[in-house]
Design a protein around this ligand. Structure first.
Ligand SMILES: Cc1cc2nc3c(=O)[nH]c(=O)nc-3n(C[C@H](O)[C@H](O)[C@H](O)COP(=O)(O)OP(=O)(O)OC[C@H]3O[C@@H](n4cnc5c(N)ncnc54)[C@H](O)[C@@H]3O)c2cc1C
Length: 383
């Protein structure tokens, strides 16, 4: 009988494991992967603030972003630059492994290669039934409470009638050689119906002549990726790239708390609706869930009512970010390419980025989005 079982060894689950174990609880984290970070498909862009706020590992940092340039369908540019670092780019597999090492040194146990098939609420605890990936043997583990941090895999939350992401983006990316791209080149964001319908593409310099090229879209992204690759690296055929695809879930729908259970991270849809970035809010929701769970251990009360404190907590802290960001991205996604080009032109003419600069934080977009909508969409006298 453990104190807490965590299902999922991504950033959210690993951070929760570290915090709970540091507080002295007996924690077991189960993950389907044989090794943490095995299939961590992610661009690994994390705002600098997150590194100090969550005491994140810095060894996996591959590059630092100071300039971001958005490119319209016809090639108009909007550049946001800063003398201070905006974000770091990490190798996500290594990043997850370092988070796991922190959790293990705090006392958490890693149960790897265990596919959790069910989670059952019982009178005095919870019980998970898992299958070993290698031997296919079944096993059971009990604890007083559980955290589901299973990312976009919805099987457990669905079977328990808990929160699900309401919207999904299909992402694709590859690290490719691009000799001319130095580490100090701006990170580029490509927008447009013809480029990445429903979202955007990206080219992130990694240094040493390599870039991370990818895109998210509301439909099958591969044809758009092939098109972006032709534009960025015309001499590199798709067949020579190691391409990875994954779905990103966002926009929480449903409750994150039940008797003895909390849902955090991407499993709960705690992902930026503007960019699809899920690491920051995953870590933040882990921190909040741990605070609520530690109180539950003190008060020996694990009822849904007691754990619902987590729901109120995240909603009042970052809930407003999701709806506004989602509305903005969906609105932009409806713009035909010609209108998007005009929007870039208007943004340049009114120095939109200069106007929102003080309100634009890497992980907090609400204020900047509201100002951008007022300035871009409102009648021109307000511009
Ligand atoms: C191409 C791409 C680029 C991205 N780029 C960025 C970026 O630059 N910045 C950013 O912040 N975010 C980015 N994201 C999103 C980010 O990767 C995720 O939102 C984030 O990793 C979610 O963290 P998590 O801990 O909630 O879940 P995950 O990292 O998805 O971890 C979930 C874990 O649960 C395990 N699991 C699931 N089901 C079970 C089960 N039944 N039994 C046992 N284990 C299970 C999985 O094996 C996995 O290890 C990107 C995503 C993609 C696809």
């Amino acid at each position: 009988m453990k104190d807490v079982i965590i299902i999922g060894g991504g950033p959210a689950g690993l951070h929760a494991a570290r915090l709970l174990a540091s507080a002295g609880l007996d924690v077991a984290l189960l993950d389907a992967q044989a090794e943490i970070g095995e299939r961590a498909i992610c661009s690994g862009v994390i705002g600098v603030e997150a590194f100090s706020r969550f005491d994140l590992p810095t060894d996996p940092i591959q590059n630092t972003i100071r300039r971001v340039e958005a490119i319209s369908p016809s090639g108009r540019k909007l550049l946001h630059s800063s003398t201070e670092p905006l974000a770091h780019v990490v190798n996500k597999g290594e990043f997850n492994r370092d988070l796991a090492a922190h959790a293990v040194s705090a006392g958490a146990q890693m149960w790897l290669g265990k596919v959790v098939e069910s989670l059952e609420q019982q009178k005095h605890g919870v019980a998970v039934r898992f299958r070993c990936r290698e031997s296919r043997r079944q096993g059971r583990l009990r604890a007083r409470a559980a955290i589901i941090a299973s990312g976009v895999n919805r099987s457990l939350t669905q079977s328990l009638g808990l929160v699900q992401p309401r919207d999904f983006l299909r992402a694709i990316q590859a690290d490719i050689p691009l000799g001319k791209d130095g580490a100090t080149r701006p990170t580029r964001i490509y927008v447009g119906q013809s480029v990445a319908p429903g979202a955007f593409g990206w080219k992130i310099p990694l240094g040493q002549g390599r870039v991370r090229l990818g895109l998210m879209a509301s439909e099958e992204p591969r044809p758009y990726f092939e098109q972006l690759l032709k534009k960025v690296a015309p001499h590199l055929p798709l067949s020579e790239c190691k391409v990875f695809q994954k779905v990103i879930g966002q926009l929480p729908a449903g409750k994150c708390a039940a008797d003895r259970i909390l849902v955090i991270g991407e499993a709960a849809g705690h992902v930026k609706t503007t960019t699809g970035g899920g690491i920051y809010y995953g870590l933040l929701s882990a921190e909040m869930a741990v605070e609520v769970l530690l109180r539950a251990f003190q008060q020996k009360s694990f009822t849904e009512q007691a754990l619902s404190e987590f729901e109120r907590y995240w909603r009042s802290t970052f809930g407003h970010e999701f709806g506004t960001g989602y509305f903005f991205r969906k609105l932009m996604a409806r713009f035909p390419d010609s209108l998007l080009d005009k929007t870039f032109e208007k943004a340049s003419s009114i120095d939109l980025l200069g106007r929102i600069n003080g309100n634009l934080k890497f992980d907090w977009h609400y204020k900047a989005v509201v100002i951008a909508m007022q300035r871009l969409i409102a009648p021109s006298q307000q511009a």
